[in-house]
Design a protein around this ligand. Structure first.
Ligand SMILES: Nc1nc2c(ncn2[C@@H]2O[C@H](COP(=O)(O)OP(=O)(O)OP(=O)(O)O)[C@@H](O)[C@H]2O)c(=O)[nH]1
Length: 615
């Protein structure tokens, strides 16, 4: 089986390229693969010797030095062992084409890349820098260098930096998959070590903490660190490793790292206190120990990582299905999509009208309740009061009062009364119009496929409302025309059937009308006749207005709501169609993120599969 550290290195690089830096980002709530991968994080207080340990493990000077907080972004350092004799080189993930053979330039690039993201403001950032070193002098290992824990902010840095650094370091070491390399200087009381304090907090049983004691050469004469190195001062599950790095003077003298490693070995071998431990001390031993441990941890974790990957792929796929797939870029496919979406909407709209979905019944409610009640409420009682009837008839008679029946008076009374029907007719048209508009809104909301296209939704709604407005105008004209038709020609039959006014004096001859045409009873009879006629018309309109409304508005809405929209869409070019299919930016962003994460998980699965099969 290929070295699994190399496998994890590849997956980690993919994580960074695709934006997974671990850490629960509450705003994206995307699953993180990074966090499930075992890694070694180097933690320690400032000047504890972290950089020196890392450089010693690598066998090269390559880390930025200086006062204050130098490490301001996590540095993921991936070490790849190459064949003997091959030239060493380094590569940054953000500069994949460039091979660095001069390690002084590596140091500079780490500084520059840190500044690129954080500015020169000395801020910190959780986005890691990935550096791979290919060398025959290293073991396969991945280490994450983190900013040194500090107690005070230096000039130009906000006070919060102390806490920010601790939070960032914690976000790494908190994870159960993180192996903690806790660096403490031997010339300081172990009880005050920042690294041990933090490690104890997040890993109280010491299962995943490796204690490293630096600066053993700087201890006061007559004292030694055996209590710590032999696990008596602070017990960990793994043995403590003592280290002797280059002193500042060695660094100033440019003492070669390989020579320094040798000197370190000599220090342990020749030391009366530590010689019995010498095979388990020093940076070379530490590197091998970590490499073996990391490999064992990764091997043990592979099955659970695989199952996590599979589960997450399923979740992401189903989220992508829900969000909808990306839109094709050619005009034909876009037009097809717009038409499909419109059809989906129309189907739902029709279901609302025809039944299956609620809302269409409200139209019947207009015809069954609103219209009859509006008709009943028309003020005919007032209009046909004795006084008004008398006035209208005498005005119609003019200077010559009517002789037999007031023909003109009847007509005027009826025509004016019929005008009252316009109100309920128009109100029915409007009421149905608003129901239809509401159903359009509802149907757009219920068309799942449309959810991601706010622009199309708005244009579709506007087109529907425009069409409904035209149907309303037609409905209004037609139903008002029904009323006007009633005025245009009165039903003669009705009047023929009316009983004649008879002489109440009882002369015995019914065919000889001899009523007093100026008495109230005469006008009351006229009012009652007109009222009956109006009642008859009202009954007719109660039936015909709904027919007009359905014919002009409801039926048309079902048949041709989007006709005009379709012809307009058909004329749009690719750019206009793309605008119409302009998605909600938040949704596009989410799809993009899910897509990238899915890609990451799939490539990780392929990597793991390939390694497992080659076992
Ligand atoms: N003599 C001696 N000096 C050491 C040892 N380890 C580190 N130093 C010196 O201690 C100083 C700080 O070491 P660094 O490796 O820069 O420590 P650091 O933890 O990376 O420091 P910051 O990056 O500032 O947080 C340097 O001058 C090193 O030369 C050691 O084992 N022995």
């Amino acid at each position: 089986m290929e070295n699994v550290i190399v496998l994890v290195n590849r997956i980690q690089r993919a994580c960074t390229v695709l934006g997974d830096h671990g850490g629960g980002d509450a705003t994206t709530s995307l699953p993180t693969l990074w966090e499930s991968l075992p890694s070694v994080a180097v933690v320690g207080g400032q000047s504890s010797g972290k950089s020196s340990v890392l450089e010693s493990i690598v066998g090269r000077d390559f880390l930025p030095r200086g006062s204050g907080i130098v490490t301001r972004r996590p540095l993921v350092l991936q070490l790849h062992k190459t064949e003997d004799g091959v030239q060493e080189y380094a590569e940054f993930l953000h500069m994949p084409k460039r091979r660095f053979t001069d390690f002084a330039l590596v140091r500079k690039e780490i500084q520059d890349e840190t500044d690129r993201l954080t500015g020169k403001t000395k801020q910190i950032s959780p986005v890691p820098i990935h550096l791979s070193i290919y060398s025959p002098h290293v073991v396969n290992l991945t280490l994450i260098d983190l900013p040194g824990l500090t107690k005070v902010a230096v000039e130009g840095q906000p006070e919060s930096i102390v806490q920010d650094i601790e939070n960032m370091v914690r976000s790494y070491v908190d994870k159960p998959n993180c192996i903690i390399l806790a660096i403490s200087p031997a010339n300081q009381d172990i009880a005050t070590s920042d690294a041990i304090k933090l490690a104890r907090d997040v890993d109280p049983t010491g299962e995943r903490t490796f204690g490293v004691l630096t600066k053993l050469d700087l201890m006061d004469k007559g004292t030694n660190a055996l209590d710590v190195l032999e696990g008596r001062s602070y017990r960990l599950q793994h043995p403590w490793v003592g280290i002797v790095n280059r002193s500042q003077a060695d660094i100033n003298k440019n003492i070669d790292m390989i020579i320094a490693r040798r000197k370190e070995q000599e220090f342990f071998a020749s030391s009366p206190e530590y010689s019995h431990l010498s095979s388990r001390m020093g940076s070379e031993y530490l590197a091998k120990l970590l490499s073996q441990h990391l490999e064992a941890v990764i091997r043990a974790r592979i099955p659970s990582i695989t199952s996590l990957i599979n589960k997450t792929i399923d979740e992401l796929e189903s989220e992508m299905d829900h969000i909808g797939r990306p839109i094709a870029s050619d005009a034909g496919a876009q037009l097809y999509l717009v038409l499909e979406l419109c059809r989906a909407f129309e189907k739902i709209f029709r279901e609302h009208l025809d039944g299956g979905r609620p809302g269409g019944d409200r139209i019947y409610g207009v015809f069954d309740n609103q219209l009859p009640s509006a008709l009943r409420k028309l003020p005919f009682d007032r209009y046909l009061s004795l006084q008004n009837v008398k006035r209208v008839i005498s005005e119609a008679d003019g200077y010559q009062p009517h002789l037999i029946a007031p023909e003109q008076g009847y007509r005027r009374l009826i025509e004016s009364a019929l005008n009252y029907f316009r109100g309920p007719a128009e109100a029915s048209v409007d009421a149905v119009h608003y129901v239809l508009k509401e159903l359009v809104r509802k149907s757009i909301g219920e068309t799942q496929e449309l959810k991601r296209f706010p622009t199309l939704q708005a244009e579709l709604a506007a087109a529907c409302f425009h069409a409904l407005e035209r149907f309303r105008e037609d409905g209004r004209k037609t139903s008002v025309r029904l009323v006007d038709m009633e005025s245009a020609y009165l039903t003669v039959e009705f009047f023929r059937k009316l009983p004649q006014e008879v002489d109440k004096t009882g002369t015995g001859n019914p065919s000889t009308p001899s009523v007093d045409r100026y008495a109230d009873v005469h006008f009351r009879r006229i009012a009652s006749n007109v009222s009956s006629y109006i009642g008859m018309v009202s009954d007719t309109l109660k039936n015909t207005i709904p027919k007009a409304v359905v014919h002009c508005q409801v039926r048309e809405a079902k048949r041709s709501l989007l006709n005009y929209f379709y012809t307009q869409v058909g004329r749009k070019d690719a750019k206009q169609l793309a605008q119409l299919l302009d998605e909600d930016p938040a949704l596009m962003e989410r799809r993009q993120q899910c897509f990238k994460r899915l890609e990451l998980y799939k490539s990780a699965r392929n990597e793991i599969d390939a390694v497992s099969w080659s076992r």
